[in-house]
Design a binder for this molecule. Sequence first.
Ligand code: LMR
Length: 392
Amino acid sequence: MLEALTAQPQDKILQLIALYRDDPRPTKIDLGVGVYKDATGLTPVMRAVKAAERKLWEEETTKTYTGLAGDPAFNAAMVGMILGDGFADRAASVATPGGTGAIRQALELIRMANPAAKVWLSAPTWPNHPSIVRYLGMPMAEYRYFDAATSGIDFAGLLADLEGVAAGDAVLLHGCCHNPTGANLSPAEWDQVIALLQRKGAVPFVDLAYQGFGDGLEEDAAATRKIAAAFPEVLIAASCSKNFGIYRERTGVLIALTSSDRRAVVQGNLAFLNRQNYSFPPDHGARLVTMILADTALTADWKQELEEVRQNMLTLRSALADELRRATNSDRFDFVAHHRGMFSRLGLTEAEVTSLRDAHGIYMVGDSRMNIAGLNATTVPVLASAIAKVIG
Ligand code: LMR
């Protein structure tokens, strides 16, 4: 049986982890996978997470199963963090293994509810989006998003393409910190997108993996909140990997907003999907998040550390934009300072990305997506001068 299998394409982001690891050069720089690193290159366990873990170790008395939907306290805390008050009676929610798990469950829910629904993805998007949609055999379409000439949004292209959305289609939107480009819609642009999708009868599907990494914890949820208020049905896949730094704990949530009288049926379907795919979702990370969000002091400490992380990335963005201006004697890369989140797509060719890797030991995704958090004050000028060399 198994000889019928053929090799799968490697994930372009995860592939970089091994390439980087096997590079013996001590000066190598990893700007690949989206993991936050401090100035010493470490991905620290956040203080509040450590404190919650200590408390959990002392106080936890059982490891018996939680519910199929996960711990209701976690789901409620996540609905509150993402949407604020006022949505509890419309929100069905399940804990999932990370944000990817939430995306997978959301897509399966769409397919169960409406097999004809097309899933619209931004061009470009996180490569795992189309990969999962294709794997599930769902109809898929793309809308223009990024303007390579300006490294900003191709807003006219986006609006033109979304005119093709049919009623009931799901439109995947990055709630903040667009991955891979770093270019994000302005509040006025969000309003236009919302009006267009309302007119089309679309179901917005928000991927919120970086809340707190862009303009702030509340600010990064603003577009998602507007969408939640504007549509009768919304799917939201959120991750705690980045903002709580608990990547390997696989902690995420899928929220399905519906009418209050449909909520119980939708909730039952979400629990059913969990049961079919893995039964109970992982609990450890979800429990830590719940403990942090239920404790005023832990919440304050977590928010402070998250804000330090965000500010550090903003400082690196300005420093890199300044260095690139100097090194290339041009304003070609000024957009780096205006992008938000962990990533910026630099607009280098695949060959230039390869020479950064081969000649300079600098690793980024082939489409020239770089992880800003992989830099520090020492490596910013090193990267800028290497870029100037490869484009020169
Ligand atoms: C990324 O885009 O680098 C992260 O979301 C990690 C991943 O799973 O790809």
